[in-house]
Design a protein around this ligand. Structure first.
Ligand code: SAM
Ligand code: SF4
Length: 334
């Protein structure tokens, strides 16, 4: 099959070989930038993908060229059938990864070790327990921190996701970079993005440029090493000379990377999103349950993908609150 015929190629010739699957809409934390204060309307259980549906639909994407899968949520480890899902997905010829808040990692460590998961992104926005309580509304810092160390000690490739918020954790940027001194960990600072109900506003954003400014005031230009961009990169990566780990910046707001985008998203209720910021979705699950082939609607969804951030080409588009009526991040999966 040529690249053009492939159902996962869009009109800009981008091939989508990376599928992010949200396993669940629920979470055991309440991060303010992700979960709206008023909560979210959860899908009835009957409308969520079952274990078999997750595996079958994922396998179909793999048949059409997906080579990379990330499990996310909500909190993926809250899903009761997580062991079955990870065991089955481990049989597929793909690079498997997961994003988790790590609270339940110790419960599943043996399952994780036996699985094909080698890289795990842990979300941890602060190194201070009180600030962790403030941002997540749960007193679970020690659990998250210890479980992150457990993953490192067990030899997982750990990436630390840090959503930066002005006057909250931007004072910890250097602390996080210093954290990479003796640990083989990749810290990934993420620009705060707007989603339904998360009260995004530009004044809370810590931009790529601001972050680099802070870094330059602390480290000499000789010590700061710029690492080569990975294929289909989302983070621009750096390291400090002689430090074991590295750090990167995911700048979806001020400096997007849409021209090399290879990502599509499947929500827990079986909807396909061709972009994180897309407000339209394709209901794969209902069609699948009706026994109708889903390939044509997958292809149609891909062909509708816009060049940049679902049509939001400028930061001014982010400032327009009428563009925030996407789902809440907790029900998309980052
Ligand atoms: N519960 C898991 C976790 O927190 O790692 C997985 C789901 S969470 C939605 C996935 C990632 O999205 C997390 O790293 C989180 O920090 C990030 N995220 C959530 N809301 C965000 C926002 N408004 N802007 C930037 N990143 C966000
Ligand atoms: Fe839960 Fe992750 Fe969202 Fe925090 S970022 S509320 S841990 S889904």
């Amino acid at each position: 099959m040529t690249k053009k015929d492939n159902i996962l190629t869009d009109t800009f010739g981008r091939q989508h070989n990376y599928l992010r699957i949200s396993l669940i809409e629920k979470c055991n934390l309440r991060c303010t930038y992700c979960m709206p204060e008023s909560g979210v309307l959860l899908s009835p259980k009957s409308q969520l993908m079952t274990t078999e549906e997750v595996i079958d639909i994922t396998s179909l994407f793999v048949k059409h060229g997906v080579t990379k899968i990330r499990l996310t949520g909500g909190e993926p480890l809250l899903r009761k059938d997580f062991p079955e899902i990870i065991t089955e997905l481990s049989k597929l010829p793909v690079a498997l990864s997961m994003t988790t808040n790590a609270i339940l990692v110790d419960r599943y460590i043996e399952v994780l070790k036996k699985s094909a998961l080698k890289t795990i992104n842990v979300s941890l926005d602060t190194l201070h327990p009180e600030k962790f309580n403030t941002i997540t509304k749960r007193d679970q810092f020690a659990k998250a921190f210890d479980n992150m160390n457990l993953l490192l000690n067990e030899g997982f490739n750990v990436k630390l996701n840090v959503v930066l918020l002005k006057d909250f954790n931007d004072t910890e940027i250097i602390d996080f970079i210093e954290f990479t001194k003796d640990k083989k960990i990749a810290v990934r600072f993420i620009e705060f993005m707007p989603f339904d109900g998360n009260q995004w506003d530009k004044s809370k954003l810590v931009s790529y440029q601001e972050l680099l400014r802070q870094v330059a005031t602390y480290y000499s230009s000789d010590a700061l090493i710029s690492l080569p961009n990975e294929d289909n990169f989302t983070a621009r990566n750096f390291k400090i000379q002689s430090y074991e780990g590295s750090f990167g910046i995911i700048s979806s707001v001020t400096n997007p990377f849409c021209d090399v985008c290879n990502r599509i998203r499947l929500t827990a209720n079986g909807k396909l999103k061709n972009c994180l910021f897309s407000t339209s979705e394709t209901d794969l699950l209902t069609t699948y349950r009706a026994g109708i082939p889903i390939e044509p609607i997958i292809q149609a969804t891909l062909l509708k993908k816009k060049a940049v951030r679902a049509g939001m080409t400028d930061i001014k588009d982010f400032e327009n609150t009428s563009n925030h009526n996407n789902r809440s991040m907790i029900t998309i999966g980052g």
